[in-house]
Design a protein around this ligand. Structure first.
Ligand SMILES: C[S@@+](CC[C@H](N)C(=O)[O-])C[C@H]1O[C@@H](n2cnc3c(N)ncnc32)[C@H](O)[C@@H]1O
Length: 254
């Protein structure tokens, strides 16, 4: 098994190049509009797993007031750096906090809670999911909605490509390229767990390798409805399909 850093760890290339990889991910097209469609501009939004602020800042630009919670210092630092560059009026609508979505209590409610881009799938699909749903419920008034973007089971089940195959290849700002390979991909159906080791390779403009970093990304998946119900969250509507790889599940606090 390859020696691998956890995804989003300090000095990881998954954190350093998160924006480059995510900006190229067409399967996310429409996610911000989907979240915005759940609450009117001006509403307050709690984002669980805010990362570098891709969704946070896009919603703030549309007039939402957003509190972003992020566990990984390397990702939070990127969001904070972006926040520091914003005009004061926009920055006033964003709050960023280090925190764990499985154990968060801000002692206030929001109009909407969102957990974008498979963030819930980053934590084990049992107690950690239950606790995250409880976090969402704790921060909503009765009738308030929470949206969780989860991968599809059939995508998790797909076999991995050959190790040598370049699955992502893009120019980097300032020259050079970023390439990704999938070194390992193992799905354990009985527990709904996908283990992947994705190798990031940064090359200079001449093609020489500058940095190479295998990084471990684990996803967990189960039926969210029974676990959400334990927190008093019921399904609000049919899941919203996104990019053919996932659904946004929308729950309402009873
Ligand atoms: C795929 S990224 C999504 C970032 C951003 N929401 C977006 O859509 O671009 C998932 C993020 O969730 C964070 N995360 C994972 N587990 C978390 C937890 N227990 N509490 C808070 N954040 C967590 C990761 O560090 C990572 O930054």
């Amino acid at each position: 098994m390859a020696q691998a850093r956890p995804y989003y760890a300090d000095k990881s290339l998954s954190a350093a190049f998160y924006d480059v990889v995510t900006a190229a991910d067409e399967r996310l097209a429409g996610d911000i509009e989907a979240y915005a469609g759940l609450a009117a501009p001006g509403s307050s939004v709690l984002e669980l797993g805010a990362g570098g602020g891709r969704v946070t800042f896009a919603l703030a630009e549309q007039g939402y007031t957003v509190t972003g919670i992020e566990i990984a210092p390397a990702m939070l630092a990127q969001a904070q750096a972006r926040l520091a560059q914003l005009p004061a009026e926009l920055a006033a609508r964003v709050e960023l906090r280090r925190g764990d979505m499985t154990a968060l209590d801000l002692k206030r409610t929001f109009d909407l809670v969102i957990c974008p881009y498979f963030t819930l799938a980053h934590v084990p699909a049992g107690t950690a999911w239950r606790n995250t749903f409880a976090t969402a419920a704790r921060h909503l008034p009765p009738g308030g909605r929470a949206a969780f973007h989860l991968p599809l089971l059939e995508i998790m089940r797909m076999p991995g490509p050959p190790k040598e195959m370049v699955v992502f290849d893009r120019p980097l700002p300032g020259g050079g390229r970023l390439q990704l390979h999938v070194l390992e991909r193992t799905f354990k159906a009985a527990i709904g767990r996908l283990d992947q080791v994705i190798e990031y390779v940064e090359r200079d403009a001449a093609g020489a390798v500058l940095r190479r970093s295998p990084e471990r990304l684990t996803f967990y998946l189960t039926d969210p409805e029974p676990l959400a119900a334990t927190a008093g969250l019921v399904r609000d509507r049919d899941p919203i399909p996104l990019g053919g790889v996932g659904d946004i599940w929308v729950f309402r606090r009873v």
